[in-house]
Design a protein around this ligand. Structure first.
Ligand code: 3H9
Length: 691
């Protein structure tokens, strides 16, 4: 039974059992509705405790039901029915009461939780708004500002905070079931409290209150519709009677549920859960990682060390000399100092983390490490020598990883006597913050080692994607196309500011030139030099000239833009404009005016084409992997579902001719056979893959 009733004297225990997360699927909704009818009709029962078995209270509506014909009863009706019960219902919360789960709890007359519980209305993160009264009931128990924040941002809060906000009536330290039953018994002598939707709602007297919130949300949401619509629903709750506000909430919910953005965000939700589920790794047990080491304390190495420390792993940091070691330690310390400065970490926690970091100049210090990650200079010989040294000191089952961004991991692994323990772990900078981890399978990497890579990623709170070997793996290879296309646009009449504006308009946090100025033009210059040394032709005439002038970006006071000392605000550069004009003439191209949509297409469609090649070559296994790489590594808007989900939604049948036209005018490569095949099959989502 998904919903069962047990009678304990005057109190009934209503238990929901719908693994894995007690989502409010049709059977649960129907069961709850019936339970209210049954208990209302039972004169022996004077109160009901609603509890869930398994790891959590109800984690929300069953998202898998969205997109299918809705089956009655609607969740909103179930919540209304609980609220209208003739005896008090008390929600007993553990785990996460999210979305519809919290809405059910708000339909109850009281809410009790364990201290580790979390509650929240994360619907906006799925492109919708609460659809079962959350926007109407939450502001009636919590302060309006808190309710707006929870509903428009969607971040869950802990039980203590929820208690302080007024969302929970009690937090119990003991056994949740026993304590909530005791709580219910104590309430038997009280009159039935006013249902939450009938309680007064806070009024707004501040001039411009809603406009202020709308402006903040629009900035944060960057093109995503649901947060602003969520604010609209809260405003309705404040300004209209509850019944009308509930009806309007439902209207907005239904419209958003059926929108492209919601489909995209749901795709990402499930993709994130599917990423680590590879058929070939099913049933394989990962190795246990209890200690780690990082070779190299530069920006990347320090970030990786911090990511490991944040997952409570002790880390040995190895450098080749005292000065390097001091720099490395300072780099790690700086990461935590800035977290303390921003109020994100206490000084005690910083010291606790740093106490788990052991500096060393000797590889011998790594004899006990379960995992060693190499993050030294991008040079094949230097990296190989690190692994030669490691091979003779680490224990036989230690996992050895390279963080190379574009060298061939198979070539790096050649000196190893146990190459099955070797893999690529490609972190993105800043490694302690960025969510993406590309797990690169080398020729000899064992399935157990790969699986350990995925387990490590989960422990670090990262989204891991399996990548094969090619120049740039998945992410940087697509990024190279993006950078090349961006520079091409300058030869056709755009200024860097035009391109950056268009891509911000597309939903990216920054445009391609702003990003390069932030991270430094020298990284790409270094890669170009390496590629040219391999005999490849790399066209980047404007970037080459900027690097020739040592315009490496913000750190040198100028790159694609000029900068004033101490200010990161990009200023259009006359020097750059002159170079662009000269190179345009040199290339024999005519500057023309391109609108933002064309600019976006000239950048994004060739990336889709490159992604199709990556799938064709098996470098990525599934289109969802590419979506996750773009979202978590490169700021591609989550609400567009990632690069290839976007391609499907936009329509490959429209992208193909656009790419063909670009190829004819020499501004992009022609569509590859795999892309044509995907189009013929109705989109990337219809392709069958090996996993
Ligand atoms: C909503 O409620 C709308 C209402 O306002 C209005 C309605 C009218 N549905 O994440 P995990 C699956 S919108 C279906 O790995 P964890 C998940 O796919 C909803 N399935 O576990 C996975 O399946 P599999 C608002 C769901 O312990 C398995 O459960 N609620 C749902 O790391 C385990 O998930 C949310 O947005 C769902 N709602 O984290 C909450 N949730 O094993 C969404 C999970 O086949 N959920 N699954 O891959 C979460 O945030 C996390 O899953 C949770 C557990 C924190 C609960």
């Amino acid at each position: 039974m998904t919903v069962s009733i047990e009678t304990l004297g005057e109190v009934a225990l209503v238990t929901v059992d719908n693994p894995p997360v007690n989502a409010l699927s049709q059977a649960v909704r129907a069961g709850l509705s019936e339970a209210v009818d049954t208990l209302d009709a039972d004169p022996q029962i004077r109160a009901a405790v609603l509890i869930c078995v398994g790891r959590t209270f109800m984690a929300g509506a069953d998202v898998r039901e969205f997109g299918k014909t809705p089956q009655p009863p609607a969740l909103s009706d179930v919540v209304n029915r609980i609220e209208a019960a003739t005896k008090p219902w008390i929600a007993a919360i553990h785990g996460t009461a999210l979305g519809g789960g919290l809405e059910v709890a708000l339909g109850c007359h009281y809410r009790v939780a364990v201290p580790s519980a979390k509650v929240g209305l994360p619907e906006v993160t799925l492109g919708i708004i609460p659809g079962a009264g959350g926007t109407v009931r939450l502001p009636r128990v919590a302060d309006l500002e808190h309710a707006i924040e929870m509903i428009t941002i969607g971040r869950p809060i802990g039980a203590e905070t929820a208690h302080a906000y007024g969302i929970l009536d009690a937090v119990v330290e003991g056994d949740l079931k026993e304590d909530t039953i005791a709580f219910a018994r104590e309430r038997l002598r009280d009159a039935l409290p006013l249902p939450v939707s009938k309680r007064p709602v806070p009024q707004v007297s501040e001039e411009g209150f809603w406009e202020k919130h709308a402006a903040r949300i629009a900035k944060h949401a960057r093109g995503q519709a649901s947060p602003l619509r969520a604010l609209e629903a809260v405003r309705n709750a404040v300004e209209l009677d509850a019944e009308t506000a509930l009806a309007k909430e439902r209207e907005i919910f239904v419209a958003l549920r059926d929108s492209d953005q919601s489909a995209a965000l749901r795709h990402v939700f499930f993709a994130e859960r599917a990423a680590a589920k590879l058929r070939e790794l099913e049933g394989i047990v990962p190795r246990e990682i209890k200690s780690a080491a990082v070779i190299g304390g530069g920006t990347m190495g320090a970030g990786i060390a911090a990511a490991l420390l944040d997952a409570d792993l002790p880390v040995v940091l190895v450098e080749q000399d005292e000065a390097g070691l001091e720099r490395g330690l300072a780099n790690v310390r700086q990461i935590y100092d800035s977290a303390v400065k921003r109020g994100r970490l206490s000084a005690e926690k910083r010291e606790a983390k740093l106490s788990m970091l052991a500096p060393s100049l000797h590889y011998a210090a790594l004899s006990d490490a379960d995992l060693v990650i190499e993050a030294v200079f991008e040079d094949l010989d230097v990296k190989r020598s690190v692994f030669v040294a490691l091979d003779s000191v680490v224990k036989p089952d230690a996992i050895l990883a390279t963080n190379t961004s574009y060298l061939d991991p198979n070539a790096i692994a050649t000196p190893l006597s146990r190459a099955e323990n070797f893999l690529g772990l490609h972190f993105f900078s800043p490694a302690n913050i960025m969510k993406l981890l590309e797990i690169v399978k080398a020729e000899a990497t064992s399935p157990e080692v790969l699986k350990t890579g995925f387990a490590l990623a989960k422990r670090l709170g990262k989204t891991a994607v399996l990548a094969g070997i090619c120049d740039g793996f998945i992410g940087n290879r697509i990024y190279k196309t993006y950078r090349r296309q961006a520079e091409q646009l300058l030869l056709d009449g755009c200024q860097p500011g035009d391109v950056d504006r268009a891509m911000r308009g597309f939903g990216l946090p920054m445009g391609p030139f702003e990003v390069q100025d932030l991270s430094g033009l020298d990284i790409a210059e270094f890669q170009r030099k390496a590629a040219r040394a391999r005999g490849e032709t790399v066209l980047a005439p404007i970037a080459d000239r900027l690097c020739g002038l040592k315009r490496y970006g913000q750190k040198t006071g100028g790159g694609w833009y000029d900068y004033e000392a101490g200010n990161r605000m990009p200023i259009p550069s006359e020097t750059v404009a002159a170079i662009i004009a000269e190179e345009t003439e040199q290339a024999g191209r005519t500057a023309k005016s391109l609108d933002d949509e064309i600019v976006q297409q000239r950048l994004v469609f060739p990336m889709i084409n490159e992604a199709a090649r990556i799938l064709e070559e098996g470098i990525a296994r599934r289109s969802l992997d590419i979506d996750l790489v773009e979202i978590h590594g490169y700021g591609f808007p989550r609400w567009r579902g990632g690069l290839l989900f976007y391609a499907d939604q936009y329509g490959l049948e429209k992208i193909l001719p656009a790419l063909e036209a670009m190829a004819a005018e020499g501004t992009a490569n022609a569509p590859c056979p795999f892309l044509k095949d995907a189009s013929a099959k109705g989109g990337f989502s219809n392709l069958t893959t090996g996993d």
